[in-house]
Write a protein that binds this ligand. Sequence first.
Ligand code: R1P
Ligand code: URA
Length: 233
Amino acid sequence: MPTPHIEAQKGEIADKILLPGDPLRAKFIAEHFLEDAVQFNSVRGMLGFTGLYKGERVSVMGTGMGIPSISIYANELITEYGVKKLIRVGTAGSINEAVHVRDLVIAQAAATTSSLVKNDFPGFDFPQISDFDLLDKAYHIAKALDLNAHVGNVLSSDLFYGGPDGVALGKFGVKAIEMEAAGLFYLGAKYGVQTLAIMTISDHILTGEVTTSQERQSTFTDMMKVGLETLIA
Ligand SMILES: O=P(O)(O)O[C@H]1O[C@H](CO)[C@@H](O)[C@H]1O
Ligand SMILES: O=c1cc[nH]c(=O)[nH]1
């Protein structure tokens, strides 16, 4: 039965999914990594595909930008389509001198400016953590591929422009700023499913180094490979 934002029928989405923010990155992953990929969603242009990776059924779908957007898709994927493993494959800005453009950051946890936790648990600061099994697998897969992969805290900001100065968190070991991981981890905790976020550093907020939108859409293939290998490990 389709949901308000996903037109797939039950069974058309695998129980494991990669979630890039950019729907065109989802299309790129399907075209370059999946065999027999079939598109299951185009509602609002949020492209989703299911195919085979090394013989295992996996899906990939865009989530849009920000916690409100990823929350809509993750909620529907988990509660209506039975998805059990969800790995975000995104871009992020480094706020850490040791984390360079094109490095990978595998989020162990995510601080956030979002009020999603405070809304549900007034008075508590509920840490948003990834699933340890997925984290452990992703780290070892990245190392086996000889990639520069950092594991630690990220900041999921509600705002790309403005907002509290997240850069200050870099001095407390936070690796990078992005906009969705905390929301995904929160839903993982809420529904008891496995979630992880793997980001490629697309720009360095301290040094000003950047990548192009074309690179962000389609050349961060190491992250895609680590995400897919982790899904089937
Ligand atoms: O490249 P994606 O996965 O969209 O991730 C990052 O890029 C967007 C901002 O440009 C935000 O969604 C942020 O989290
Ligand atoms: O959310 C994001 C993504 C990439 N770079 C940033 O600075 N922020």
